[in-house]
Design a protein around this ligand. Structure first.
Ligand SMILES: NC(=O)c1ccc[n+]([C@@H]2O[C@H](COP(=O)([O-])OP(=O)(O)OC[C@H]3O[C@@H](n4cnc5c(N)ncnc54)[C@H](OP(=O)(O)O)[C@@H]3O)[C@@H](O)[C@H]2O)c1
Length: 252
């Protein structure tokens, strides 16, 4: 018998950072979560054994993602749900540095993790959840999709691809499928530590990110995830294909 949980969510990159906080916020709202990452969350399954499923999957390898999508796992997970939410959260900021110094394999991994896999999951979710009356897809984008930064050409290009995918999918005008590519602001995660650890010759804007951390201007993963989940499950979701949570959550 498939579960009749009214809302089910797939979250990529649920083991750390923003994704871990998203999974926990969803579970707190009684949503059953399927987490896809290379590893498992250290404690979430122990705390919420019936509300979390986890699959270990290398999301930077499109062949392995395609093999997993060819199984029945996704369809089985969403079966019986009224609302199905996909949050394409897993992403990487590497390779950082000017175009002439980028490693070819690192470029391929970034494009696979940041673009190919989110687009593959979006398509698969739309097809697998045809019985759900409400299908929602969130791409976790970035300010880097909308502003170009020296040293971040791959990251900027991949996040811009997610924005444009959401704009085009919206034109398909399927009212049971809503999508938004959402910039989450600057969050205190491992990725930010990695950015602050990059060489200034590779990423000239590094001092700005050091200042944000020093001045306490990063949001916590929990604060950001609470706003993102409220928006993703709310009525206004899908009215605009590209958004920034800092604008949406701004007090009037
Ligand atoms: N932090 C920020 O300030 C910021 C700002 C704008 C946008 N974003 C975006 O927000 C999202 C989350 O960022 P974050 O800061 O939380 O990142 P993070 O701390 O680096 O965490 C990344 C998550 O993705 C998973 N992951 C990484 N590579 C993977 C792979 N190859 N296959 C499967 N899973 C993989 C990791 O799990 P495993 O290692 O267990 O696989 C981890 O759970 C990203 O899309 C990022 O671009 C972040």
């Amino acid at each position: 018998m498939p579960s009749t949980s009214p809302t089910r969510a797939i979250v990529t990159g649920h083991t750390r950072g923003l994704g871990a906080a998203l999974a926990e916020q969803l579970i707190a709202r009684n949503v059953t979560v399927l987490g896809l990452s290379r590893s498992r969350h250290a404690s979430l399954k122990t705390r919420f054994p019936t509300q979390l499923e986890e699959i270990e999957l290398e999301l930077a390898d499109p062949t392995r993602v395609a093999q997993w999508l060819a199984t029945d796992a996704l369809r089985a997970f969403v079966s019986g749900a009224q609302t199905v939410l996909l949050i394409n959260n897993a992403g990487m900021v590497q390779p950082i540095g000017p175009v002439e110094g980028q490693d070819a394999a690192a470029i391929a991994s970034a494009v696979s993790l940041n673009v190919a896999t989110p687009l593959m999951l979006a398509s698969a979710l739309a097809a697998a959840a045809v019985d759900a009356s409400d299908r929602r897809i969130v791409h976790i984008s970035s300010g880097a999709a909308r502003n170009a930064y020296s040293g971040w050409s791959i990251y900027c290009a991949t996040k811009a691809a997610l924005d444009h995918h959401a704009r085009a999918v919206t034109l398909d005008a399927n009212r049971a499928l809503r999508i938004c590519s959402l910039a989450p602001g600057v969050i205190d995660t491992d990725m930010q530590a990695e950015i602050r650890g990059s060489g200034e010759e590779q990423f000239p804007m590094r001092p700005k990110f050091e200042d944000l951390k020093r001045n306490g201007q990063l949001s916590t993963p929990d604060q950001c995830a609470a706003q993102l989940v409220d928006y993703a499950l709310g009525d206004a979701f899908g009215q605009t294909p590209v958004a920034d949570i800092r604008e949406i959550a701004k007090p009037a």
